[in-house]
Design a protein around this ligand. Structure first.
Ligand SMILES: Cc1cc2nc3c(=O)[nH]c(=O)nc-3n(C[C@H](O)[C@H](O)[C@H](O)COP(=O)(O)OP(=O)(O)OC[C@H]3O[C@@H](n4cnc5c(N)ncnc54)[C@H](O)[C@@H]3O)c2cc1C
Length: 287
């Protein structure tokens, strides 16, 4: 059987992958996006967005629908599959759960996944629970919030929140007494060796129950336990930085010719929608 060879295959249908697809399609390339879920990636987790240019306020869901419509209008093929391994020679091979795909160029846009608390946080996602301080802090102006932290992973987030929130609990699972002594902000309460038991609230987060049966009344919990780039399958193949993000040049080219990376998966300075779109545009233009 003759195998189908694409000009460009894009792994991941978040905003970076979708933007790359739009740019590639407008160059008349034979392109497809491979995505196991619905198109949108992290957009699906965002309640409100107020920093995507030209939209004063839009929900993640609505922006996701706009993107999906644009992909459909361009007639861009979307393949429902998850890529499990890759072989990058002249012709690139992507091995999925369902079949193997072939392309001359690949764009990797597999994004990030946040480390989870492992409790019932999903029940309050977008209703008090957030994985992104920069994105959501403003919705909790002058309110009392908490940050779930491990070995200081939440310090930066707590400092950012302390600028606009009345009070911030920094709940760290390790000993933070040294930081507590030197914390520069009076409205941050640093709590050491804290283990969150469960989140409580009627329709939105109202309280955090701790392991010692104490309750903290908060409007929001920011989970700042670090993020994981989805790069396991590229280890030993592509050049990654020490945290596992893919290194590229300013045309989004990785260490292998014909393999590009864009969006949150890339070693970049800011993990935000507008950045992911911009990088997707460059990858789609040069792949
Ligand atoms: C709760 C939250 C709120 C946020 N709020 C804002 C905000 O207000 N403003 C802002 O600018 N940014 C915000 N962000 C950040 C923003 O969402 C991300 O920077 C952006 O979505 C990254 O897009 P991406 O396409 O690079 O990756 P992602 O959106 O992570 O997309 C990656 C896609 O790749 C797919 N994928 C992964 N592995 C594979 C595989 N092996 N095979 C095939 N497909 C795969 C995934 O299913 C996913 O769909 C927020 C993020 C979160 C989590």
């Amino acid at each position: 059987m003759k195998r189908e060879v694409f000009d460009i295959l894009i792994i991941g249908g978040g905003v970076a992958g979708m933007t790359a697809a739009i740019y590639a399609k407008r160059r008349n390339k034979k392109v497809a996006i491979i995505e196991p879920f619905i198109l949108g990636g992290q957009l699906a987790q965002i309640e409100k967005i107020e920093n995507f240019p030209s939209y004063p306020l839009i929900s993640g869901f609505e922006l996701m629908q706009n993107f999906q419509k644009q992909i459909q209008n361009f007639g861009i093929k979307v393949i429902s599959d998850e890529i499990k391994s890759v072989k990058f020679s002249d012709l690139k091979e992507l091995v999925g759960n369902k079949q193997t795909y072939y392309a001359k160029s690949i764009i990797i846009a597999t994004g990030l996944s946040s480390n989870k608390l492992g409790k019932n946080e999903n029940e309050y996602l977008g209703r008090g629970v957030s994985y992104c301080v920069t994105c959501d802090a403003n919705f909790y102006k002058n309110q009392i919030v908490a940050v779930a932290s491990k070995s200081g992973s939440g310090i930066l987030g707590a400092l950012e929140l302390s600028e606009i929130c009345e009070k911030v609990y920094l709940l760290d699972s390790e000993d933070m007494h040294k930081y507590a002594e030197n914390c520069p902000k009076k409205n941050i309460e640093v709590c050491s060796n804290v283990h969150i038991e469960k989140l409580v609230g009627e329709n939105k987060l109202e309280k955090i129950e701790l392991e010692n049966a104490d309750f903290l009344a908060v409007s929001a919990l920011f989970i700042e336990l670090g993020k994981k780039p989805q790069t396991d399958m590229f280890k030993g193949i592509l050049e990654l930085n020490s945290q596992g993000y893919i290194l590229t040049n300013d045309r989004m080219e990785t260490s292998i010719k014909g393999v590009f990376a864009c969006g949150d998966i890339r070693a970049n300075a800011l993990k935000q929608l507008v950045v992911a779109c911009g990088e997707g545009a460059i990858a789609g233009q040069y792949a």
